[in-house]
Structure formats: structure tokens, C-alpha cells
Design a protein around this ligand. Structure first.
Ligand code: IMP
Length: 421
């Protein structure tokens, strides 16, 4: 395949950055197509650990061209901070992407506070309010942001309006001059990278370039197909790539679904296979399950194949990349959720109503675990029989072949099973 999407199959944090970094060794371009700096992709490069939030994971490799496409929301301050930490890179930013401005962050915090215990548990990065403005047709696009006069006049009007909203929410108001002075400097840093990335990508496709589309978050956080309202405000599915990048749907050749060997979730909302025993803190410690963006401890659960079948259906998945398999080493018995029981009836779907999803009780199969150290294995055949059986069961239950798996954070701990890209 020459154009492959990397999709998070669960609630995000599946290890997409590492998989992108690995596959990017064969890529010409890496494209981020949705979300903003709510994402957190950890990439180890030349023995150094990088936490990327906004920039595509190919940014550390000078041979790769990187694109931030129209479906993204870009915080200019975060962009300038992140770009200052990398050197020798190639980057193109869509003139149609939307800009996250300080009032979006304030509104994110204010609305979360208003919801109290019923909050979504957002990353407070202003993502929801920025996409809201995009839909309400009062957003600011990158093309306006880098235009000195248009930026000034739009910002003036928008801050005037947003201060009325913030006042109603009893939130501190924003100062136009201070924000303008600070953000016009960021606009100058961003301007040289801005272009029509749809044109750029289509030309790259015509030149037969190999492209990785790097999803952020996970399909269960999709605004349409996720566990609404406990979702982000964009679509991390493979099916959203054409819209969010400006290419034809048939140009996307396949999707690799990155799947943890178990399940995690940050933020609020139901998680049927959540583990509440001591085992959760064991997995959290071994897997270092703390948010890259917010540092929050992640909730831990058993692998849930109702979720994976849902993701396969709504997004499309050609292969699975199973990550963090090594974290399960040493656990005597492993459970896999295969269906739910809702009000006494067995179901194989995620109910639309969150109150119904909350009442879903998972039905499990149990499999024997393994105790052998697997962090040095180099092939599927090297795995202990119980680990092989665990992976094989996943393939059977989800109906998607495993293309690769990983047994540790380093690039050489990622093992290809199929030659997919
Ligand atoms: P928002 O994207 O900041 O609006 O947050 C909405 C929900 O998505 C919250 O539950 C967040 O914890 C979750 N979320 C957003 N980005 C990520 C991510 O990259 N990994 C995991 N969860 C995320």
C-alpha cells in the first residue's frame, strides 16, 4: 500500500506515534489530519524521547515531508513552542486549518467547570470550542491568521463577542491588544509553512509518493461514531481522511488499527471492561499509563473486542498493530470481552445512549497468560505459545489480520508480521 491511515481503535493513547515512526521509515510524507495539541505522541528518536502534540510524527526525520492538513485545529503558541525543539525538517500547514485562540482555552475550562461532576474531562486545550466556531462559521482559519490586517480586525470582533460569553460565564475577560501583540509574532513564525495542502497532497499522489496519514485520539472519541458526548470534537476514523485532507476517498488504500493489548481511557465516560482491582495499578505502572498531554493516570481495562469490531465497521481497518503486549507478561489469566449484556440481552454493539452503554456488562473469555520475558523477541514465532494464542484469538474475534505488534518502546521492539507499507 502506498497510502495508509494509522487509526487509534480505542480511546486514544494506543501507541500510534511509535507505529507511525516505525512505518515512516518507508514513507515520503506524514500527514496529521484532525485534532490539535490535545494529542500526545511519544516518539523515541536517536535514543532521545520526544513528546509531540501538534507536529506530525515524521518531523524528526529530515527525509520526510510533513503536512498539517485542513481538518486540524492549530494552537499557534503550542506550534511555536514545539517547532523550536526540532531542526532540519520539512513542513506544510493548510491555509484552511483552524486556529485555536486564547478564548477557546478559556471557554473550554469555563464550560467544563459549569458541567461540574458531569464534565467530559477534556484536555482543556480549547479543541471543542475551536471546532464549535468552525461549525458556527465564526472560526479563524490559518489563511486569515497570517494576514496582518485581516487577523487584527477579525480578532478584535471575535474577542469583543467572546468577552460577552465569558462575562456570562463569570470568567475573567481577555485583552485584545495583549493577545494581538503576542499572536501576531506567532503568525510570522507560521506563515512560511502555510500553503494549500490539498493541492500539495494531490501533486504528491500524482508523483506516486508514499503517504502515512497519522490519526490522533481514537475512534471511540469520534464526534460521530464515538461514545458521545464523552468524545473529542473531530473524527479520528480512517473514513474522515479524504474530507480532512482534500483528497478523493478512493485514494486511501488501507488503514492500520493500532490496538493496545488491553484497553485504557482518560477522561470521563463509561468503559465496560474497566478493571477495578489492584491489577489495574499494576498494569498502569508497568505500561506507564499516564497521559502524555495532561499527566492524568489512565483508566485500565481488559481488551474489548466489541469496541474493535465497532471500530472496524465505522472506520475501516485492513490490519491491526497490537502494542504493549509485553505489559501483560506475568499475569496468570487474561480476559477478553466478547459481547455485552444489556438488560438481560446479549448484544454485540455500542448503544447510542450513553446511559445504556453505562449499563452494559461485558461477557469475557479467559485465556492463560505467559511469564516469559518477550521484550527481545524478533518475530511472531519467537513468542511463547500463550502469547501467540492471545494474538490469534484477537484476529479470530475481530476478523482483521495482525500486521505488526510491539513489545517495548524502542523502534527495534516493533515486529512486522506482514509487509504492509
Ligand atoms: P478534548 O479533545 O480535549 O476536547 O477532550 C475530549 C475527550 O477526549 C476527553 O475525554 C479527553 O481525555 C479525550 N482525549 C483527547 N485527546 C486525547 C488523546 O490524545 N488521547 C486520549 N484521550 C484524548
Amino acid at each position: 500500500m502506498r497510502r495508509l491511515v494509522i487509526v487509534g481503535t480505542q480511546w486514544g493513547d494506543e501507541g500510534k506515534g511509535k507505529i507511525t515512526d516505525y512505518l515512516a521509515q518507508n514513507a515520503d510524507l506524514v500527514v496529521r489530519y484532525q485534532g490539535g495539541n490535545n494529542a500526545g505522541h511519544t516518539v523515541v528518536f536517536d535514543g532521545k524521547k520526544y513528546s509531540l502534540h501538534l507536529l506530525p510524527s515524521g518531523i524528526l526525520n529530515p527525509k520526510i515531508d510533513n503536512v498539517m492538513a485542513n481538518g486540524m485545529v492549530i494552537n499557534p503558541k503550542a506550534f511555536v513552542e514545539e517547532i523550536s525543539k526540532v531542526s532540519d525538517f520539512s513542513l506544510h500547514i493548510s491555509d484552511r486549518a483552524h486556529v485555536v485562540l486564547p478564548y477557546h482555552l478559556e471557554l473550554d475550562k469555563a464550560y467544563e467547570a459549569l458541567k461540574g461532576s458531569k464534565n467530559i474531562g477534556t484536555t482543556h486545550k480549547g479543541i471543542g470550542p475551536t471546532y464549535t466556531d468552525k461549525s458556527s462559521r465564526i472560526g479563524m482559519r490559518v489563511s486569515t491568521f497570517i494576514h496582518e490586517e485581516r487577523f487584527r480586525s477579525s480578532l478584535y470582533e471575535l474577542i469583543r463577542e467572546k468577552n460577552i460569553e465569558l462575562g456570562l460565564l463569570k470568567h475573567p475577560l481577555l485583552n485584545f491588544e495583549a493577545i494581538y501583540n503576542e499572536y501576531s509574532v506567532y503568525a510570522k513564525v507560521m506563515a512560511p509553512y502555510v500553503t494549500d495542502t490539498s493541492l500539495y497532497l494531490n501533486q504528491a499522489i500524482e508523483s506516486d509518493k508514499k503517504i502515512l496519514f497519522e490519526g490522533a485520539q481514537g475512534v471511540l472519541l469520534c464526534l460521530d461514531h464515538g461514545t458521545y458526548p464523552f468524545v473529542t470534537s473531530s473524527s479520528p476514523t480512517a473514513s474522515s481522511v479524504p474530507l480532512n485532507t482534500g483528497i478523493a476517498p478512493w485514494l486511501v488504500e488501507g488503514a492500520i488499527g493500532v490496538t493496545k493489548a488491553y484497553t485504557t481511557r482518560v477522561g470521563s465516560g463509561p468503559m465496560p471492561s474497566e478493571i477495578h482491582s489492584e491489577l489495574a495499578s499494576h498494569i498502569r505502572t508497568v505500561g506507564n499509563e499516564f497521559g502524555t498531554t495532561t499527566g492524568r493516570p489512565r483508566r485500565i481495562g481488559w481488551l474489548d473486542t466489541v469496541i474493535l469490531r465497532h471500530t472496524k465497521r465505522v472506520s475501516g481497518l485492513s490490519y491491526l498493530a497490537v502494542t504493549l503486549l509485553d505489559v501483560l507478561t506475568g499475569i496468570d489469566e487474561l480476559k477478553i470481552a466478547i459481547s455485552y449484556t444489556l438488560d438481560g440481552v446479549e448484544i454485540d454493539r455500542i448503544p447510542a445512549e450513553i446511559e445504556d452503554f453505562e449499563r452494559c456488562i461485558p461477557n469475557y473469555i479467559t485465556m492463560p497468560g505467559w511469564h516469559e520475558d518477550i521484550t527481545q523477541v524478533k518475530s511472531y514465532d519467537d513468542l511463547p505459545i500463550n502469547a501467540k494464542n492471545y494474538l490469534f484469538r484477537i484476529v479470530e474475534l475481530v476478523g482483521v489480520p495482525i500486521g505488526m505488534f510491539s513489545v517495548g518502546p524502542d523502534r527495534n521492539q516493533t515486529i512486522m508480521v506482514k509487509n504492509i507499507f
